[in-house]
Ligand binder design. Sequence first.
Ligand code: ZN
Length: 298
Amino acid sequence: MITDALSIDVEDYFMASAFEPFVPRSDWDRKECRVLSSTYKILSILDEFETKATFFVLGWVGERRPKLVREIHARGHEVACHGYDHRLIYHQDAGEFRADVRKAKRLLEDACGAPVVGYRAPSFSVVRDTRWALDVLAEEGFLYDASVLPARHARGGMEGAHRFPHQLSRLAEFPMSTVRLFGKTIPFSGGGYFRLFPYPFTRWGIRACHREGNPSIVYLHPWEFDPGQPRLKARWMDRFRHTVNLHKTEEKFRRLLKDFRFGTVRGVLEDCLGRGAGEALAGTSKRRFFSENRLFVE
Ligand SMILES: [Zn+2]
């Protein structure tokens, strides 16, 4: 049985990119904090199903809620990094990005007392023009990235990129899961996709990844488990994506945990690529497609 990767991007509802034009970061401290209770809700569901996950925590959240980061680590989950304050990579230069991830990594490591080696960009913002970010991550001590969406997306995405875990020269990459349907590459396994599509589609998608011999990766946010969150101003499409079927997330999530076996992103990558994934294993991987030392299928 293939173990899939489960990931939670720990940010509060108003930090999502959909609200960036309407909620300035200077207002974040004045907003009601809802991320604590919804993250604890996820932690107790995971305990119930004896499942471990990776929590990509925003540095801003870890700075204000170090106890939460400690608790995630103490319950046996992986603490990883979602950047400091949810700035899209293509809105930063390499120096700013380096400062952002360095600060967030240090805050999270101080909070949990363990190395943080995984990174996920806000809103799939590792795109073709920001591939330099992967070098910065390796230089800053990260072993893997889980940011690439190998499909079209409103804010990010990298159409044509590898669809499954693979080793780059300095870093392992776990792209978001997609399925091939009618000649198109379709994301299905997290966020708005997970809430919009009926559960059987997600289940079919994960099984399709398995049929291709690969694990899938599921990503969700604490605010997706909080249907009572205040409704904020946003562009209508963003607002739809953010709020669609919020009341169904928990039930679908429970079905997912019943139907599949999940583990941390790091654990699944190590199973795929060998222990020490991320440390220049190119060419030594177990499977042909993992050993390709390129980001794109040519
Ligand atoms: Zn995010």
